[in-house]
Design a protein around this ligand. Structure first.
Ligand code: NAD
Length: 259
């Protein structure tokens, strides 16, 4: 009996990531979830990691090649445990995507508390660091094939963006870290790149109101991206098609920023 006869999804046997093992954080929804689906379509086995394991399990139900792991990226021990589980399951790790993130409270700078600032940095910057470190530890054992790490930043790291200071600060930090680690791990054949999406239709983007209008209308395409459109860029950076890219930022942003 094949997968479709059991009511499940078909497992891809070929594809651009055939034989690869990946770990994706922020996998319960939005860009992380779209990335999990895209990777599976391209033949990868995927560890789908999120704070909300139940929502992740529901979202990826039917995929034989996905393992769901609950972890809070603010806690390095939980991140390390998720990588250990993925390695135990797959025997190797080739790709890591760091999409877990929060936008934080929206308030005037004078009303932001220390905790408001620290919360966003803990998830978006420290959480990404813990995951990058665990990914490098796992991939160094792959020599000579190495691996690919993709960090999800934001167009808010590249240009003015209507969110409080800690969000663009965290996402600019991700870009700095991406370049620093890329240089350090290049001898291990591990590539580290970033994606800096513009407005993308996920739970994070308000469905209406001033913020949505501002971010959508500043892009010359005058629309938000779908999560799948961002996953296409992540797939490119994860695959061997981007073999000459490291320390780079690709920004699918609908013309919000033009260099
Ligand atoms: N939506 C946009 O317009 C946009 C634009 C630029 C960048 N981004 C970035 O894209 C990434 C994905 O966001 P999204 O838009 O898909 O939103 P989303 O809210 O749908 O997805 C974020 C996921 O991260 C998970 N998460 C949050 N905190 C976590 C933690 N401490 N540990 C583990 N998982 C945690 C959430 O449960 C959720 O599943 C984020 O890093 C976000 O900053 C989004």
């Amino acid at each position: 009996m094949d997968d479709s006869a059991r009511g499940g999804r078909r497992k891809s046997v070929g594809g651009r990531l055939a034989g690869r093992a990946a770990l994706v954080t922020g996998a319960a929804s939005g860009i992380g979830l779209a990335t999990v689906h895209r990777f599976v379509e391209e033949g990868a086995r995927v560890a789908a990691v999120d704070l909300d394991a139940a929502r992740t399990a529901e979202a990826v139900a039917g995929h034989d090649s996905v393992v769901v792991l609950g972890a809070d990226v603010r806690d390095s021990a939980q991140v390390d445990a998720a990588y250990a589980s993925a390695l135990a399951e797959f025997g190797r790790l080739d790709i890591a995507v760091n999409a877990a993130g929060i936008s934080g409270v929206r308030a005037d700078i004078c009303d932001l508390t220390d905790d408001d600032f620290a919360d966003v940095i803990a998830v978006n910057l420290a959480g990404t660091f813990y995951s990058v470190r665990a990914a490098v530890r796992a991939m160094r054992g792959n020599s000579p094939s190495g691996g690919s790490v993709v960090n999800v930043s934001s167009v808010g790291a590249l240009a003015n963006f209507p969110l409080p200071a800690m969000y663009p600060a965290s996402k600019a930090g991700v870009l700095g870290m991406t370049r620093a680690v890329a240089a350090l791990v290049a001898p291990d054949m591990i590539r580290v790149n970033a994606v800096a999406p513009g407005a993308t239709d996920t739970r994070m983007l308000p469905q209406d109101g001033e913020i949505r209008r501002a971010v959508v209308e500043l892009g010359v395409l005058r629309r938000a991206a779908s999560a799948e459109e961002i996953a296409h860029t992540i797939l490119f950076l994860a695959s061997e098609e981007s073999a000459f890219y490291t320390g780079q930022t690709l920004s699918p942003n609908g013309g919000y920023v033009m260099h």
